[in-house]
Design a binder for this molecule. Structure first.
Ligand SMILES: [Ca+2]
Ligand SMILES: [Ca+2]
Ligand SMILES: [Ca+2]
Ligand SMILES: [Ca+2]
Ligand SMILES: [Zn+2]
Length: 391
């Protein structure tokens, strides 16, 4: 995930649709104001400019944007980090999170060039600190145990510790230095996934059901890339068994202050579940009238029920959910279309506040997960991250 509010070229962060209507001169002016820190003025100005073109612009959309660094992988083969092709930005070519290989069906997924030395993605690692296969998580006392400092090395969701008991379990492994507050945001995101995904999937070696290694490390300084997700290994059924999420140490404090760390964590963890990067392999993408759509039956049903406005004027609504096509590698093809879905959490541009749609949960169902989505009742309320907080 990245924040595209660059001091040097603020306009790089604007959606392509918006850039299309700005002249070079207007862009330079906006960039100059950004350099001078005149963000309020900037946002008012751009709103006015876009108003003239009838474009409804929500400045929230610029708070941060998305970057998923492991895409484009083909079955069985090592791939290059999709991030290196995201033009004009600063993270190209600096793969830092083991994103590059997505070995099908097993083995260590970390490709050459990873600089994350402690990424424990080997499912057969005898030092694996948890044995998720032997504890139903319904016994007395907590399943997960924090250290005296309140910090976890490992945390497994769905074991009842935060009031969520479920068969789908996310095993978080914390690498490096974390604060209790930062870890809380990660735990919340994982428990959210155990709330939405209800069914167990076949263990991969000792991994029940997906292992996500989390770290905070230097990426590119403030803004720019704020976090990255990557797959480390994928089952034969195209559902991942391991992946990594790394937050930029220069950005995480701001995410905590903004209250979006849990949103960003959830979003990235969803990518590790394959939301986006596995769509193509799963046969869930179609090109309809030149545009990319997610063609899963549940999500297609859900988006028409949930977004009657945009789907009602869309002659191809029944052929799939509109997928983001702008933003280049890492954003295009792995998110819902920002222009339609706005504050939905799986758009490529994360807002100041975000929500989880039924369409997103339905997409997980289409991918092969058992979820709370019920096609007979597509508008049933979806639990949200903030609901879990008070639970
Ligand atoms: Ca399980
Ligand atoms: Ca399992
Ligand atoms: Ca950064
Ligand atoms: Ca958004
Ligand atoms: Zn994303």
């Amino acid at each position: 995930m990245r924040n595209r509010v660059f001091p040097a070229a603020w306009t790089d962060g604007l959606p392509d649709d918006v850039l299309d209507v700005l002249t070079d001169r207007q862009e330079r002016k906006l960039d100059r104001w950004a350099e001078q820190g005149k963000h309020d003025k900037l946002l008012k100005k751009i709103e006015k400019m876009l108003d003239k073109h009838g474009i409804d612009f929500d400045p929230d959309d610029l708070d941060s944007t998305e970057f998923f660094s492991a895409r484009g992988g083909k079955k069985g083969g090592g791939t290059t980090d999709g991030g290196t092709t995201d033009g004009g930005t600063t993270d190209g070519g600096t793969t830092t999170d083991g994103a590059s290989a997505k070995g099908k069906g097993g083995g260590k997924g970390n490709g050459g060039g990873t600089t994350d030395p402690t990424d424990p993605t080997d499912p057969t690692d005898p030092t694996d600190p948890t044995d998720p296969g032997t504890d139903p998580g319904t016994g007395d006392g907590p399943y997960n145990t924090a250290g005296a400092d309140g910090l976890y090395d490992v945390y497994v969701s769905g074991k009842g510790d935060l009031g969520v008991t479920g068969d789908f379990n996310v095993e978080l492994i914390f690498n490096g230095t974390w604060t209790v507050e930062q870890q809380s945001a990660m735990l919340l995101a994982a428990e959210m996934i155990s709330t939405l995904v209800t069914g167990d999937i076949a263990d991969y070696s000792v991994i029940d059901d997906v292992r996500i290694t989390l770290s905070i490390g230097s990426i590119d300084g403030s803004y720019g890339t704020i976090a990255r997700a990557a797959l480390s290994g994928v089952r034969a059924n195209d559902l991942p068994w391991a992946g990594t999420v790394r937050f930029d140490s220069a950005d995480i404090a701001r995410l905590m202050t903004d209250g979006t760390a849990d949103d960003v964590a959830f979003h990235e963890m969803m990518h590790v579940l394959g939301f986006g990067p596995q769509w193509d392999d799963l046969g869930l993408l179609s090109t309809v009238n030149g545009e990319t759509r997610f063609n899963g039956a549940n999500a297609t049903l859900a988006w028409q029920a949930e977004y009657p406005g945009p789907s009602g004027v869309d002659p191809y609504a029944g052929q799939g959910v509109p997928v983001e096509m702008d933003g280049g590698a890492g954003t295009a093809g792995v998110h819902w279309d920002e222009m339609l879905f706005r504050k939905e959490i799986m758009t490529g541009y994360v807002n100041a506040d975000n929500y989880i749609s039924a369409t997103t949960v339905a997409a997980l169902e289409d991918m092969g997960y058992d979820t709370i989505f019920d096609a007979a009742d597509p508008l049933a309320p979806i639990p949200q991250l903030d609901d879990l907080l008070v639970a």
